[in-house]
Design a protein around this ligand. Structure first.
Ligand SMILES: [Zn+2]
Length: 76
């Protein structure tokens, strides 16, 4: 699968599919030696999946603002 991340990378045209060194644990996209990836709790996360992964990862720390401000909307 080709995506924006790969097309923007000037090294992409020089590699073959067999040059991939990792796969993203979320989308299974192949990851090449020159690409940046996150290693979070042992999971390999590509840049395309990073936002969704971290949103879910920190979901236990996600609150409505009113929950943290005691339901008062007129004061800070
Ligand atoms: Zn991914």
């Amino acid at each position: 699968m080709d995506n924006l991340r790969h097309r923007q990378n000037p090294f992409y045209r020089r590699v073959k599919k067999s040059d991939a060194v990792l796969k993203c644990d979320i989308c299974s996209e192949e990851i090449y030696p020159f690409e940046l990836v996150h290693n979070i709790d042992g999971k390999i996360i590509c840049p395309d999946c990073f936002f969704d992964f971290t949103f879910d990862y920190f979901s236990d720390r996600l609150f409505l603002a009113s929950e943290l401000r005691g339901n008062t909307y007129d004061t800070y």
